[in-house]
Design a protein around this ligand. Structure first.
Ligand SMILES: Nc1nc2c(ncn2[C@@H]2O[C@H](COP(=O)(O)OP(=O)(O)OP(=O)(O)O)[C@@H](O)[C@H]2O)c(=O)[nH]1
Ligand SMILES: [Mg+2]
Length: 467
């Protein structure tokens, strides 16, 4: 797509509270757009009696937020001035640091609105940063990922993406594909003339390189997504095997009710923990068995639903009783998921149990005691191994963590493969050129170079107002 078809940013003055709701030491009202510094002058009186409009970029001015007319003081404040294009949005930006808490912030915002600003839409500051070309779409999305990061690793991926690592890889792909397209089009245009262009080999080599780069990106995509969102681990098993005790042991606090009575847990309970910097959502469920109890029946149905929605399953069995038919039936129910069998209550055995022969080789088996904490570290390591392929946590390379990106990359790869086939089968360059154009439009969705306003709306509506 040509640059002028891409959506153009508004540059009217937008305003929003940029900090979290609730009381806090400091809260920030942010303004962006042409004329926002002059607007800030109307609601801010500097201690040195000078106007903000005369201040340089990246300066901080002490003063007060006041209503213009009666000069009623709302709060003490510091005004930060950032001048276009050296700001978050590439526009003039003013940030008024007032005291946190709803009153000062809301009154300051209302004054800004009364002075002519418009309330920002969710994500509108970041959207402007994207539309003004300061960041690409992967970086804009990384802002949200970073804000929402549930674990250290998720934060690591987000910050890498925010600093443009994925953006650069996508750009390399775009550049190579664009060059290939130019070469192919030249070959089409000059096909009648007797000039020596041998674009086929050149394009095939380039296209192979791009295909390899996409394969590498896609190889880690599933792991990246899990790191970003957290892995959902359903803890299932017969009643009384110690599922709730295990949840408590992993959390290291008494979260779930534990009793010697089978059928204690009725509702599904979720808690997030971080193992080796990765978030796991632990889901404690009602023990699965046949029952006529109305409440327990609903609990069992919910257990099954949790299992269906999980990424991983931990099938808990009683170490003393061993793996019985009912446990095997549960394992079969969890067959679609990566899973581990946890033999709990090993404190009641003289020695740790061996893995039963009936379990297949892929299914991990680990003995623990939720009561004494024995084996819990090993279980944590096993859970990390269960989700991630070798080495993904060690890599500091580019990790695709967003399903939208992975999906567009897959379509890019398909188009490239078709271009490759067309070329090696000796079809006219025009076929290949058509496929390369499709591939370019798919990668363009990732960078945001070629993206529809709908997709942009969908991405930015997930942001909060003020970001
Ligand atoms: N000795 C021993 N007892 C345990 C262990 N883990 C749990 N228990 C006991 O087993 C009983 C059942 O534990 P829960 O954690 O409530 O079991 P559950 O699987 O959640 O049971 P339901 O919610 O009824 O399905 C309780 O009396 C626990 O104290 C363990 O590792 N060793
Ligand atoms: Mg329970």
């Amino acid at each position: 797509m040509t640059q002028d078809l891409s959506p153009q940013p508004d540059n009217d003055i937008i305003a929003a509270i940029a900090t979290a709701q609730g009381p806090g030491g400091i809260g920030i009202v942010r303004l962006s757009g042409v004329g926002c510094i002059a607007l800030a002058d109307k609601i801010f009186a500097a201690h040195d009696h000078q106007s903000l409009i005369g201040k340089p970029g990246y300066s901080l001015t002490y003063g007060r937020v006041t209503t213009g007319a009666e000069a009623l003081v709302i709060d003490e404040a510091l005004a930060t001035i950032m001048r276009a294009p050296r700001s978050y949005t590439k526009e003039d930006v003013v940030e008024l640091n007032v005291h946190g808490g709803p009153t000062s912030l809301r009154r300051t915002l209302e004054l800004a609105l009364a002075a002519g600003a418009r309330l920002a839409e969710p994500g509108e500051f970041t959207r402007r940063a994207f539309l003004n070309g300061r960041i690409d779409l992967t970086q804009a999305e990384a802002v949200l990922d970073l804000i929402e990061a549930k674990s250290k690793r998720a934060g690591d991926i987000a910050i890498r993406q925010l600093t443009g690592r994925l953006a650069r890889r996508i750009q390399e792909i775009e550049t190579t594909l664009t060059q290939s397209l130019v070469d192919l089009e030249a070959a089409v245009d000059f096909s009648d003339e007797d000039i020596e262009i041998e674009p086929r080999e050149k394009v095939m080599t380039s296209v192979d390189r791009v295909a390899e780069s996409i394969d590498n990106l896609l190889a880690g995509a599933a792991d990246g997504e899990v790191i970003r969102t957290g892995a959902r681990l359903a803890i299932i098993g017969r009643p009384n095997v110690g599922k709730s005790s295990l949840l408590n042991a992993l959390l290291r606090r008494d979260r779930a009710i534990v009793t010697p009575l089978p059928g204690t847990t009725r509702d599904v309970l979720e808690e997030t923990i971080s193992i080796d910097g990765v978030a796991f959502v632990l889901i404690d469920t009602a023990g699965i068995r046949h029952t006529d109890d109305v409440i327990e029946k609903q609990g069992v149905a919910r257990s099954r639903r949790s299992l269906a929605e999980a990424d991983l399953a931990a099938v808990v069995v009683d170490a003393v009783a061993g793996v019985g038919d009912e446990d095997l039936a549960l394992l079969a129910e969890a067959r679609a998921l990566p899973k581990i069998v946890i033999a709990n209550k090993i404190d009641l055995l003289p020695q740790a149990p061996a893995k039963p022969k009936i379990l297949n080789q892929q299914t991990g088996y680990i003995g623990v005691s939720a009561k004494t904490g024995m084996g819990i570290d090993r279980l944590e390591r096993a859970l990390i191994e269960l989700v991630f392929k070798d080495g993904v946590l060690a890599t500091d390379g580019v990790l695709v963590s967003n399903a939208r990106h992975a999906e567009a990359l897959r379509r890019t790869a398909v188009a490239i493969a078709q271009a490759r086939t067309a070329l090696s089968n000796g079809l006219s360059e025009e076929f290949a050129a058509g496929e390369i154009r499709t591939a370019l439009s798919c990668v363009g969705e990732i960078s945001g170079r070629d993206v529809s306003p709908d997709i942009l709306d969908r991405i930015f509506e997930r942001f909060c107002i003020g970001k």
